[in-house]
Design a protein. Structure first.
Length: 571
């Protein structure tokens, strides 16, 4: 699904004969990653992971060690990588021993990381200096910068490692662990970045480093009146060209550098156009292997349609995966709720008793008995509402069931229909018709809510006949036909990719939720749910006992003041 390579600054040719330059495939280097105590200095490493590489391929066993540096680990850092002080005291090693072994593993070869500025400059070099450890290895290149440039414009929406892993369907390696992230970067190199680099003519280590370190800015403008546009459209758009010239003349050096870089690329593209290259409507590589030159050519509408179809298929798969996994998590939570329902309900009833007895006393002391009696009536209604909510939750929990293979297959089929409703210009098209705009936004919201609830029936109803579904809800029909115009097709592709990014982020959030972890563990050990429930019961009963004591104290205070039965006495 990757798009054609985007415009890059040319890498300065290496005058050294090819035979004397080090081919990428023969270069040995080390890919590394760290997990740390956080982002605020002093930063301490808690895990270091690494993999020796020969060219694009892992070579030999990986390196992975935990370090015990007797440093505090903030809760926010621990939530990300899972390491606590107790774990490191038990499994961590002396940092001097770890770095001695790491130096032997690296052996002086270049170091590469997915964020080299952070891992090497911000973490390891200061730590080695603090410990008095001689610097290990030598500086290589930043894998994140390489990915940003080779993938630009990034089809996954951003270059977060886990987003790319899911977008390109790379194996799960253990997110947010040093070795897991190293293995994911190695997968990304071998399956995604290597073909793109070779297509660019980056055959030597020197070319790869030069390409990564050359001046560069994203093809899509990130701010201002032209935010989201491809800077190369300035070739045919005087207004955009004028904005780039204004940016290049900015008194702010960083802004001026960006504007000057964009203009230099536009001028270079126009020069190639004058030499007889095609027009500037689409993107294609030109100039031969190793030129680093990319020019606009007449696009193939059918090719864009093919990309749209492939992207829709990927989005449908992701939506089905998210819906299925979220539903499975909810099924586990429903089972847990049914075990604990009586305990939860007893606790919440006592919470109401305590709350309304306090309200009763406040009203009694401030306004008298008549006002206080109103809180008794309010309590009765709150108690009925709470009981109704529990009855509804129980009914919903009993209705939750695991998805069968047939259900999962249907989910994927449904999403293949539903993704066709996500069009980039729907809101724009209906901008002059508030009713249709509201109808489209409502339909999108209904799809998203049904997905999040795992409501396959609702998704089925919408997918089978979107307009019929809307008419039954009191909305007008909408036009779901798709224009074949090139501008529209580009919008469709961009919107689908944005949607993929949103689903990937939702999927990541789901998989980092403790409820997902519980579901995974219970799937592996079905009896574990009863153990988890038993621990919850202990905690809830402790809470119930404390609430009962407080309710009793408040009841005694009410009886002393009024001689009447306290609020919630029947409970």
């Amino acid at each position: 699904q990757n798009q054609a390579p985007a415009q890059e600054a040319e890498v300065t040719p290496d005058a050294t004969p090819m035979s004397e330059r080090l081919q990428v495939n023969s270069q040995t280097w080390t890919l590394l990653d760290t997990e740390t105590t956080g982002l605020i200095a002093p930063i301490f490493v808690v895990e270091i992971g690494a993999q020796r590489m020969r060219g694009w391929t892992p070579e030999g066993p990986p390196f992975r060690r935990l370090l015990n540096q007797n440093a505090d680990i903030p809760p926010e850092a621990s939530r990300v990588h899972g390491y606590t002080g107790e774990i490191l005291e038990r499994d961590g090693e002396n940092p001097f021993d770890v770095y001695t072994d790491f130096a032997r593993y690296v052996g002086g070869v270049p170091l590469v990381a997915y964020n080299l500025t952070y891992d090497l400059d911000g973490v390891l070099l200061p730590e080695w200096q603090r410990l008095g450890v001689p610097p290990i290895g030598k500086r290589g290149f930043c894998a994140l910068k390489l990915a940003q440039r080779l993938l630009d414009p990034v089809p996954a929406g951003n270059c977060k490692l886990q987003t790319l892993r899911q977008f390109y369907r790379l194996p799960e390696r253990g997110a947010h662990t040093a070795l897991g992230d190293v293995e994911t970067v190695a997968d990304l190199f071998g399956q995604v970045l290597r073909p793109l680099a070779e297509e660019r003519g980056l055959h030597t280590w020197e070319q790869l480093v030069g390409f990564t370190e050359a001046s560069w800015f994203p093809s899509r403008i990130a701010f201002g009146k032209h935010k989201g546009r491809d800077f190369r459209e300035a070739i045919n758009d005087p207004d955009l060209r004028g904005w780039l010239e204004w940016l290049a003349a900015s008194p702010n050096q960083r802004s001026a550098t960006m504007g000057q870089w964009y203009l230099s690329q536009v001028d270079r593209l126009q020069a190639h156009h004058r030499k007889g290259h095609a027009s500037f409507a689409g993107v294609s590589a030109a100039g031969g292997a190793g030129s680093g030159i990319v020019v606009y050519v007449d696009p193939d509408v059918e090719e864009i349609k093919r990309l749209i179809a492939a992207t829709r298929s990927r989005l449908a798969d992701l939506e089905a995966e998210y819906t299925r996994e979220r539903h499975q998590v909810e099924v586990t939570q429903s089972r847990l709720f049914q075990i604990l329902r009586q305990h939860y309900q007893r606790r919440d009833r006592l919470k109401l008793v305590v709350e309304y007895r306090r309200r009763y006393l406040d009203a009694l002391l401030e306004s008298g008995e008549d006002e206080a009696e109103e809180t008794s009536r309010d309590y009765d209604q709150a108690r009925r509402d709470s009981d109704d909510e529990y009855a509804q939750a129980e009914a919903q929990a009993r209705g939750q069931r695991d998805l069968s293979p047939e259900d999962s297959a249907e989910l994927k089929a449904l999403w293949r229909k539903l993704v066709r409703l996500f069009h980039p210009d729907r809101s724009d098209r209906f901008g002059n018709d508030p009713k249709k705009r509201a109808a489209f936004e409502w339909l999108t919201s209904e799809i998203n809510q049904a997905r999040d609830r795992g409501d396959v029936g609702r998704l089925r109803e919408i997918a089978s006949d979107p307009n019929g579904f809307m008419l039954r809800q009191g909305y007008d029909r909408l036009d779901f036909t798709e224009s074949a115009e090139l501008v529209h097709l580009r919008r469709v592709l961009d919107t689908l990719q944005e949607r993929i990014l949103a689903v990937l982020e939702a999927l990541n959030d789901l998989r980092e939720d403790p409820r997902y972890e519980l579901h995974t563990l219970v799937t592996q050990q079905p009896d574990l749910l009863d153990d988890v429930a038993a621990k919850h019961v202990v905690a809830i009963e402790r809470e119930i006992n404390a609430l009962a004591e407080e309710a009793k104290r408040l009841a005694q205070e009410i009886q002393v003041l009024t001689g009447a039965s306290p609020v919630g006495d029947a409970d």
